[in-house]
Design a binder for this molecule. Structure first.
Ligand code: GTP
Ligand code: MG
Length: 139
């Protein structure tokens, strides 16, 4: 049975391009409730921790440099079947393969600068939410 929460962050390319508002509007119109949200910036080291699962991949260093290059907007979201439904809303990792009308189809610039993150499991949603919001009150 899938859970009610997922974690997302709007990535530096989308924040820089001024697309955060449009993306948040799409998220809310798709039925997700924002439980927690802030604007912040990762250091290269914190980006490395967040994406530690990819540390053996060839793009890891570039990914960490990119993810620490500008402001991000992390959020915890609530909806039935949150993880799967959110992955559907954002579309495939590579924007050239993302379905028409998905967030990455509309806003991503490349496979790396792909506008938004979405947790891939209930367990990771919890870990990633705590990474940014541990000790923060949630509503
Ligand atoms: P996230 O929601 O950000 O975790 O993306 P994802 O689950 O769709 O993809 P994955 O976890 O496999 O990769 C994490 C991130 O690494 C992607 O969102 C991209 O920003 C980046 N990435 C993935 N594959 C590539 C690649 O082949 N080249 C480069 N440069 N970056 C990649
Ligand atoms: Mg992933």
């Amino acid at each position: 049975m899938s859970g009610k929460f997922t974690f997302t962050m709007i990535k530096p390319d989308a924040v820089n391009a001024g697309n955060a508002g449009a993306i948040i509007k799409m998220i809310q119109e798709a039925g997700f409730r924002i439980v927690a949200m802030k604007k912040t910036k990762l250091t290269q080291e914190r980006a490395g921790e967040f994406y530690a699962v990819h540390s053996e991949r060839p793009f890891y260093n570039d990914l960490c440099a990119y993810m620490s290059s500008g402001a991000i907007i992390p959020m915890i979201l609530e909806k039935d079947n949150a993880v799967e439904d959110f992955r559907t809303l954002i579309g495939a990792t590579d924007p050239t393969k993302a379905a028409v009308g998905t967030i990455r189809n509309l806003f991503a610039k490349s496979i790396e600068a792909n506008a938004i993150h979405g947790s891939d499991s209930d367990e990771n949603a919890q870990i990633e939410g705590n990474f940014f919001f541990a000790g923060t009150e949630r509503f």
